[in-house]
Design a protein around this ligand. Structure first.
Ligand code: ADP
Length: 252
């Protein structure tokens, strides 16, 4: 898209010069469309839990509260949907955070990975998924601990969630000139070729049927990709359906 403006500069009632300015609006329109899409997606995603919460509250007030079983069941739904709202809002705020304000300090990547694995151990145990970690005890980099945590947590969390029962998650951390390489391989359902590039888009889910019925927001990989970008790194994935997926992040 090109916008043109013609400015005639008059000098003694004569046209002395004609200036033609051409603007390329393609990029501006693209950014505007992405922002509009994002707002539309956010509104839609927020509406779903809000609708559920107000619907169940209304049913309770309409008389269902007198039935103890219904009371408990509906309150649990309201609580679950409120938690989902909190997750969504936190994810959206994370995505909008300005990378310029981020702290950079000496961090031990190995420690972040170990803490994350410990935090996810319970969920993995429930599914009998083994998390196997290969890394040095200390890997120091000057970076943003918050961003590294986002990358590590989202990728390992997905590797557990989209795995099969009794599956394996292999985490490898290695030093790389002044930075590190981090990879997470799972033995899960895999990602179809056609979706492989799109999974990094905000709110993109491969299909409803296999996505998390409540926890997922479709924002995890968008947050991960954004964190990798903020650190000047790169992320890639290799996946085979029903065999598994490997995500590799290199932060220089
Ligand atoms: P979600 O909150 O849905 O997990 P993500 O942004 O983390 O959102 O992931 C986007 C989609 O990519 C998921 O809905 C899922 O379909 C797919 N995906 C992500 N990680 C994996 C993985 N390790 N194995 C298979 N599919 C995955």
């Amino acid at each position: 898209t090109v916008d043109a403006s013609i400015v005639a500069i008059r000098d003694d009632n004569q046209v002395a010069q004609v200036l033609v300015i051409l603007y390329d609006l393609t990029e501006i329109h693209h950014v505007e469309k992405m922002q509009a899409d994002f707002v539309a997606n956010v509104s839609h995603e927020l509406k779903t839990p809000v609708t559920a919460i107000s619907g169940f509250a209304e049913t309770l007030l309409g008389g269902a509260k007198d039935d103890p079983a219904a009371l408990t069941q509906f309150l649990e739904i309201i609580q679950k949907e409120a938690r989902r709202l909190t997750t969504l809002i936190n994810d959206i705020l994370t995505l909008q955070r300005n990378p310029a304000t981020e702290e950079r300090k000496t961090v031990n990547v190995a420690e972040i990975v170990q803490t994350t694995v410990n935090n996810l151990q319970k969920v993995a145990d429930k599914k009998h998924v083994k998390i196997d970690v290969t890394m040095p005890t200390e890997l120091l980099v000057t970076s943003s601990p918050g961003r590294i945590t986002q990358i590590v947590r989202n990728l390992i969390d997905n590797a557990v969630f989209y795995n099969r029962e009794h599956g394996v998650v292999k985490v490898v951390v290695q030093p790389e000139t002044a930075g590190f390489r981090f990879s997470v391989a799972d033995t899960g359902i895999g990602i179809p070729e056609a979706d492989q590039q799109r999974v990094f888009e905000r709110f993109y889910r491969v299909d409803k049927a296999r996505s998390r019925n409540n926890g997922g927001t479709g924002l995890g990989l968008a947050i991960t990709a954004e964190a990798v970008r903020a650190l000047g790194g790169s992320i890639s994935l290799h996946s085979e359906l029903n065999v598994g997926t490997t995500f590799t992040v290199v932060v220089p």
